[in-house]
Ligand binder design. Sequence first.
Ligand code: CA
Length: 256
Amino acid sequence: MANKPRILIVEDEPGIADTLQYVLATDGFAPVWCSTAEEALRQFAAEAPALAVLDVGLPDMNGFELFRRLQALPGGSQVPMLFLTARSDEIDRVVGLELGADDYIAKPFSPRELVARVRTILRRSVRHGAEPRVPHGNSPAVPPTMAPPLLHAAAPVWQLDAERHQIRFYGRALELSRYEYGVLSLLVRTPGRVYTRDALLLQVWGGDNASFDRTVDAHIKTLRAKLKTIAPTLEPIRTLRGTGYALNEDLPGAPL
Ligand code: CA
């Protein structure tokens, strides 16, 4: 009998929590729902989950504070955490890496997208040599294991300063528009991860219906032009034909 990975859901809106529990359970996870931060701290202390999904807007504590407190619990720093955010200023804080959360997802979100993200995060630890925690039918029970350090994974080629909304490429600050910053900061904090245009639209533009694929392409184009002024021969942003974009993980330590 397979032991399903426990996913702690901290969300005060029952409708959202129900949907999350349903899709996660359908996908082979064991969701545990807490509607308050206090309850989440209790649950987490009793048994660390494989991953935690934290709403930023909770009634008794904001999600960032909860994140810090969970991290301080025994084993807490080893549990990947994913934020649910409804406001763009919250997204900036999460993307800005000051917290070191593993990922975020903007509301309103597609439940399938969230489950895909949960799987990706859990697989990342597999790639980094930890025990697999992604359910695949008859896998044996595995304990929660070390999540890889994701903070500043691409430094020193990239430096991200969330408070100033600034990104440095090889030490030189880029002049970025709001959406250019949104796209690049997302790529920089997840080197190598492929984002479809839809995923970028959802995460950076918040799924604004007035935005289209070509909006993403246009911003990638201007970003590339700005990066070229610093490193003319490098391709920091890869295009995966028919799929989307990813940050090039193989940049040299200094621009050529
Ligand atoms: Ca909420």
